[in-house]
Design a binder for this molecule. Structure first.
Ligand SMILES: [Zn+2]
Length: 258
C-alpha cells in the first residue's frame, strides 16, 4: 500500500515537473500555458503524446527530436526528476498528512521560481501569486481538517514579518534584493511559519547565509562583477527548502547549543 502510494507521488511529481517545464519557459516570455502545444525548438513540429511522457520519452529518444534529430535540453528531464524527488522528500518529511498537498504546491512553485530567476533574473509576479494562492487555500483546508488554526496563524504572522524584513532590505539595497524577492518572501514565510517559529528563523538565516556566501564567492573568484544583479530568489528558495527538510534537526541543534 505504502509503496503504491509512494510510486503515485513520484509519478505525480514527474507529471507536475513536466508542467513546470512549460511554466518555466512560457510564463516569463508572456506566452500562454495551453496553446500552442509543445513543439520541437529546432524544426517546430508538434511533439506527439507518445514523445511527451516525462523522463521516459527523453531517455528513449536519447535527448533528440524524433523528426529532425535536434538536441532536446537535458534540463527538461532534470526538472521532472527534481520535482519527483522533492515530492518524495516531502512525504518523507510530512508523511501522508493533510498539509502534504500544500507543501507539494509550495515546493513546485519554489522550484519553478528559482529556475526562472537563475536563468532570467526575474520572479514573475503571476507565478509567485499563483503559488501563494494555491498554498494558502490548501493550508486553510489542512487547518480546517485538523482543527489546528494555530499553525495557520503563525504562518500568516511569519509571512507578514518576512514581508516587512525583506521590504526593508529591498529599500536598503534594491539592486541585490529586488521587489520580486519581497513577494517571494511572503510565500516562504507562510510555508515555514506553518511548520513553526524555529523553521522561520532557520530558513531566514539559511537563505541569507547562502546568498551571502555564494554571492561573495562569485565576486571574489571574479565570476561575477560587483554591480551585477544577483538571482537572490534562488538562494531564498533553496534556503527555505533546506529549512523544510532539515529544519527539525537544525532547530534541535540550536536548542542544544543555546
Ligand atoms: Zn525537431
Amino acid at each position: 500500500m505504502r509503496v503504491t502510494a509512494l510510486a503515485l507521488v513520484g509519478l505525480l511529481g514527474l507529471a507536475v515537473g513536466s508542467f513546470l517545464n512549460v511554466v518555466i519557459y512560457r510564463t516569463p516570455r508572456g506566452e500562454s500555458l495551453v496553446r500552442p502545444r509543445s513543439h520541437c525548438p529546432h524544426c517546430g513540429i508538434e511533439i506527439e503524446n507518445r514523445d511527451n511522457v516525462p523522463l521516459i520519452s527523453w531517455i528513449l529518444l536519447r535527448g533528440k527530436c524524433r523528426h529532425c534529430d535536434g538536441v532536446i535540453s537535458v534540463r527538461y528531464p532534470l526538472v521532472e526528476l527534481a520535482t519527483a524527488l522533492l515530492f518524495l522528500a516531502a512525504v518523507w518529511r510530512l508523511g501522508f498528512s493533510w498539509a502534504l498537498p500544500a507543501y507539494l504546491a509550495w515546493l513546485a512553485g519554489l522550484l519553478a521560481l528559482a529556475l526562472v530567476d537563475l536563468e532570467l533574473l526575474k520572479l514573475p509576479r503571476s507565478m509567485v501569486f499563483t503559488t501563494l494562492l494555491v498554498t494558502s487555500v490548501l493550508l486553510v483546508a489542512a487547518s480546517s481538517a485538523t482543527h489546528d488554526w494555530h499553525r495557520l496563524l503563525v504562518g500568516v504572522i511569519a509571512a507578514v514579518t518576512w514581508f516587512v524584513l525583506f521590504f526593508t532590505m529591498n529599500f536598503a539595497s534594491p539592486r541585490i534584493l529586488g521587489f520580486g524577492d519581497v513577494r517571494l518572501a511572503v510565500l516562504l514565510g507562510l510555508g515555514l511559519g506553518w511548520l513553526g517559529v524555529g523553521h522561520v528563523i532557520v530558513g531566514f538565516f539559511l537563505a541569507n547565509l547562502l546568498g551571502a556566501v555564494i554571492g561573495i564567492t562569485l565576486i571574489v573568484s571574479g565570476r561575477m562583477k560587483h554591480d551585477q544583479p544577483v538571482p537572490y530568489g534562488v538562494f531564498l528558495a533553496a534556503g527555505a527548502m533546506v529549512a523544510l527538510f532539515a529544519g527539525p534537526y537544525l532547530v534541535t541543534l540550536i536548542h542544544l547549543t543555546s
